[in-house]
Ligand binder design. Structure first.
Ligand code: ZN
Length: 240
């Protein structure tokens, strides 16, 4: 079983009626709900206002893949918790950063760049996501492209490191393009960034988005991607 923790700062749902209507129990509850239907996943949730943000040592050590949604309260995430999440990723915990998590402390630290920097606009534009890596496990079951009828627009330049794999590129009806889905490896940890998920639209209710996240959990957890590494004081190898 893949042990998944869905983390959400869970603030917009409490303060904005339009967001509460879409996600009455929070985005984390909805995401945990569709993942829980998978026979190979056990899912828990954690939120910012819980003690230790819900990310205790016990929870982190029992998490194979952590999903992260944050936006308005990145600065309130405790640095010592970020350090613990970072260490777990290097050890092999998968991390899936959604939408505005590009500016979260943990994602920026893992990127090592100013990944908070990009262009954006809230103009209810259509987003069309193209698969640019057909056959990648994160794209299983998806058409060549799919559309989200209304989204916040993100545009290049997006200040990320060169991805290991680029999986999706978005086009927006306002004209921008954006690297919307990509993978990174840090230590033994597999990281996937996925752009959609603005809180005022029903993005996580959409089937294709749920498919991407479900696939990404399996990809990020896959043990065959994470060979055991040993470090030791070596003796000289025999000369030929
Ligand atoms: Zn947004």
């Amino acid at each position: 079983m893949i042990r998944v923790t869905v983390w959400n700062e869970f603030r917009h749902e409490k303060t904005k009626e339009s967001v509460r209507k879409l996600y009455p129990e929070g985005m984390h509850a909805l995401i945990a709900g569709f993942l829980s239907e998978q026979p190979d996943m056990t899912v828990r949730t954690a939120t910012l206002d819980e003690p230790d943000h819900g990310l205790t040592d016990e929870v982190l050590s029992a998490t194979d893949v952590l999903i992260w949604w944050g936006h308005t309260a990145h600065g309130e995430v405790r640095d010592d918790i970020v350090e613990k999440v970072y260490d777990r990723v290097l050890e092999g915990m998968g991390l899936i950063a959604l939408h505005s998590a590009h500016a979260s402390k943990i994602f920026m630290k893992l990127c090592g760049t100013r990944s908070s920097m990009l262009s954006w606009r809230e103009n209810h534009e259509l987003e069309r996501l193209f698969i640019v890596n057909p056959g990648h496990p994160i794209t299983a079951g998806l058409p060549e492209y799919f559309e989200i009828p209304q989204e916040e627009t993100y545009g290049e330049y997006f200040n990320i490191p060169q991805p290991d794999e680029l999986v999706f590129i978005s086009w927006f009806s306002g004209g921008e393009v954006f690297r919307s889905g990509f993978t990174l490896t840090r230590g033994s940890g597999h990281i996937f960034y996925f752009r959609p998920g603005h809180e005022t639209f029903p993005i996580f209710h959409q089937k294709e988005v749920q498919t991407v996240i479900t696939n990404a959990v399996r990809w990020a957890a896959a043990p065959e991607n994470k060979p055991a590494i040993t470090y030791r004081r070596n003796i000289p190898l025999p000369r030929p």
